[in-house]
Design a protein around this ligand. Structure first.
Ligand code: AMP
Ligand code: GLY
Length: 434
């Protein structure tokens, strides 16, 4: 499988529907609009409403999304979140003749089922943590007690980023098994689980655009999963990101391409499900050795906020190329920028979230040096109020990572809402190394 070898996408999409409503979709929609497209976002948020047309619908209502794509005569649909992809949205849109960025429902199983993903990795000898699958809580508990040390506990199905527990003790692991399999805190998603070895190291988010045959790898990004500084507190959907991430050196990248990306894309094609869209490889890198933590079948959020600036001006071509089997012959030269995004979260996130609070300071954009990407926001009586756990992702670019960080945090300081919290150490791992 060649990394780069194709004709450039000939047509350029001029009307695009972006499906979703997080900071990822804000960043994609804003970037495409900046490249000249007329953009619709379904359902979008208060941020996307300020420059694009929001379409009020549920992203998992497949007939409604197909109808909206037709009504607005779009020539490209970009699907943001995994839920609609797993439900078969890309299939439904392609069946209707609409070029769509996103994998088929069958290919989306790489994210929808941890068991499918782990067994796929094992089948294709792709490096990952050793694991075992359980459909019985008593057997899983016995396995942990016999082993005498904690294993990472993962619900098989989608659980909005909450289906993984990294326990410190056997007791905590047993508790997680009970919560997933007996109490069913994530419903059927926890009916079966994976227990796997803890992998030490540093994480990276490695995104690969694929058109079903060819691929191009984007520079690595790094997310910050834990809610508090110094990686403390529970896991979240992601509290901030930056790119490029130096943990993925050229040598690590070469290993990821040869040992993970190539066998995965070849394997999916050989199994009858060629991958089209973006494959997001969640990596753990230890001493220069990458292993797969997970696959996602869509862009990371907030990683997208920091990846968009690097290829600004080229995203329409890249996304349409991946959608239509015509990735450009060469990835354009990356802009020589560093980008960093800080998530501002609502009170209680990631547990019980309070919403409905007015957000102040959105208007005074500090000389255009940062973009306030919206996530959980909506308009209420003419004001922007919080409507979800992750509320905003304040993103800036700079000639250096320090500059990007300073610009992003300067803007964060001007935005306020009751109960707001954010991490103050986004980018620290990369900055400490220099
Ligand atoms: P996942 O959704 O599988 O990526 O898991 C969510 C988060 O849990 C990851 O981003 C890691 O921070 C952590 N995690 C998952 N699996 C492991 C593992 N085997 N070893 C260490 N940390 C893990
Ligand atoms: N930020 C991690 C994710 O999108 O899954």
């Amino acid at each position: 499988m060649a990394e780069l070898s194709s004709q450039p996408a000939s047509a350029s999409a001029s009307r695009v529907l972006v499906v979703g409503g997080g900071s990822r979709e804000h960043a994609i929609a804003h970037t495409l609009q900046g490249e000249g497209a007329t953009v619709f976002v379904a359902p979008g948020n208060a941020g996307t409403a300020s420059f694009a047309t929001n379409v009020a619908l549920s992203a998992t209502d497949l007939p409604a999304v197909v109808a909206a794509a037709k009504t607005h005569a779009v020539d490209l649909v970009v699907v943001g979140p995994e839920g609609p992809l797993v439900a078969g949205l890309a299939d439904a849109l392609r069946d209707a003749g609409i070029p769509t960025f996103g994998p088929s429902g069958a290919a989306a199983r790489l994210e929808a089922s941890k068991i499918f993903m782990k067994e796929f990795l094992a089948r294709h000898a792709i490096p990952t943590a050793a694991f075992a699958v359980f459909d019985d809580a008593a057997k899983a508990t016995a396995h942990l007690e016999q082993l005498g040390r904690p294993l990472v506990v993962k619900a098989d199905g989608l659980a909005a980023g909450k289906g993984v527990v990294v326990p410190k003790t056997v007791d905590e692991a047993v508790e997680a098994v009970k919560a997933f399999m007996i109490e069913r805190v994530h419903g059927e998603a926890g009916a079966r689980i994976v227990l796997e070895e803890f992998l030490p190291g540093e994480e990276a988010s490695f995104h690969v655009l694929c058109d079903g045959e060819r691929y191009v790898a984007l520079p690595a990004a790094q997310d910050h999963k834990r809610v508090r500084d110094l990686d403390e507190g529970p896991n979240t959907g992601g509290m901030g990101a930056y790119a490029p991430a130096p943990v993925v050196t050229e040598a690590v990248k070469a290993k990821v391409l040869a040992r993970v990306v190539e066998p995965t894309l070849k394997g999916m094609a050989a199994e009858g499900h060629p991958f089209r869209g973006v494959l997001f490889v969640g990596l753990m890198v230890e001493d220069g050795e990458p292993r797969v933590l997970e696959f996602n079948v869509r862009f990371g959020d907030p990683e997208t906020c920091v990846l968009m600036p690097i290829f600004r001006g080229h995203w329409r071509t890249l996304l349409l190329g991946a959608a239509t089997g015509a990735l450009p012959a060469e990835l354009p030269a990356p802009r020589p920028v560093h980008a960093l995004g800080v998530v501002m979260a609502a009170e209680g996130y990631p547990e019980k979230v309070t919403t409905g609070d007015a957000i102040d300071g959105l208007e005074d954009d500090a000389a255009g040096e940062a973009i306030v990407h919206h996530a959980g926001t909506r308009l209420h009586e003419g004001r922007v109020v919080t409507s979800g756990g992750r509320v905003l992702c304040v993103t800036a670019e700079g000639a250096t990572l320090e500059e990007a960080r300073d610009r992003a945090y300067a803007r964060v300081a001007t935005v306020r809402f009751r109960g707001e919290h954010h991490r103050s150490d986004i980018g620290a791992r990369a900055l400490v190394k220099r």
